[in-house]
Design a protein around this ligand. Structure first.
Ligand SMILES: [Mg+2]
Length: 315
């Protein structure tokens, strides 16, 4: 089969309501779905960059794939040579290569809920759904007193606080101290912008990197890291790194279609020490037929999905 062939499908997904991200409100995202065919079989993958994360853009990925003219061998060579400049494409090709295992993943993982807002009402709604851990985004107006009140109003729930790089150093220090003193807070995620020198003075305890982590080649950090499988680059390289890493790792969605979600959950499931996963991302898009998994506090792989039929439906 001459090294295999590759087909692509570009899809745009519109959010029901603009989603708040580190880059401000986002109305829609584009994804590039891959279907590979080799002597070993068919594989699927998803190029799913996320606003605010320094990866290739969807246009750059489309251009690289186009230049391979349908040849998987050529594309794989280009992606491997590009190393850390095409992390989303490399992750998608890893998914294609491991698809027979991925398609068979029907396990389940503990998931953290994603609150719509940093309010007691929103956190309670997630606790009522059964989530033991809930992530809240720290908007510019959220203060320490608000989160203290949340903890008091919704007893039993654990919180993850995500600042999306929006704090200055003084505020980051205050939130870090608060997180360290409060046993029901898992961690403070990405307090400072990517590359901010203040991370060294905050220290790693309960300070998680998300936007700043990306791939294992990106940064050396002893604290928690949030791994988005869709952005992490080559999965075999990631797993080799993970096997020797001591600090906590949590896995998180980049709002993938069913293809990227199934693959990301499989990768997360390879890590027995990973914390509750951040995949409470379903139901955020307009109904476009590109989700297939069920939501809820147990995050499950899809058993018996006919992926060929799914691809045909999307095409
Ligand atoms: Mg984050």
């Amino acid at each position: 089969m001459n090294g295999g062939k590759i087909d692509t499908l570009r899809v745009r997904r519109r959010f029901r309501r603009p989603l708040q991200t580190g880059r401000g409100p986002v109305e829609a995202v584009d994804r590039l779905l891959l279907r590979t065919e080799t002597d070993e079989g068919v594989g699927y993958g998803e190029v799913a960059p996320w606003p605010g994360f320094p990866t290739e853009t969807i246009e750059q990925a489309v251009e690289v794939v186009r230049s391979a003219q349908g040849s998987l061998a050529r594309l794989s060579a280009v992606a491997a040579a590009a190393r850390d400049t095409l992390p989303c494409l490399r992750a998608a090709l890893s998914s294609c290569a491991h698809w027979s295992e991925i398609a068979g993943y029907a396990g389940n993982l503990e998931g953290a809920g994603l609150a719509e807002a940093a309010t007691a009402e929103a956190v309670r709604a997630k606790a009522t759904e059964g989530f033991a851990t809930v992530k809240v985004k720290l908007a510019g107006t959220t203060g320490l007193a608000d989160v203290r009140a949340l903890l008091a109003d919704v007893p039993g729930v654990r919180l993850r606080l995500d600042a999306n790089g929006g704090l200055d150093l003084a505020a980051a220090r205050a939130w870090t101290e608060f997180a360290r003193a409060e046993p029901r807070i898992d961690f403070l995620e990405q307090p400072l912008p990517v590359g901010h020198p203040g991370y060294a003075s905050l220290g790693p305890d309960k300070v998680a990197l998300d936007e700043s982590f990306l791939t294992p080649a990106g940064i050396d950090w002893a604290g928690p890291v949030v791994v988005k499988p869709a952005l992490v680059g080559d999965w075999d390289a990631f797993r080799a790194w993970r096997a020797t890493r001591v600090g906590p790792v949590v896995y998180s969605s980049a709002f993938e279609t069913a293809i990227g979600r199934q693959a990301a959950l499989w990768l997360a499931a390879q890590d027995p020490a990973g914390g509750a996963v951040g995949f409470d991302t379903l139901g955020r898009f307009e109904l476009d037929g590109r989700d297939r998994h069920a939501g809820g506090p147990r995050v499950r792989g899809l058993l018996d999905q006919n992926w060929e039929a799914f691809w045909q439906e999307l095409a």
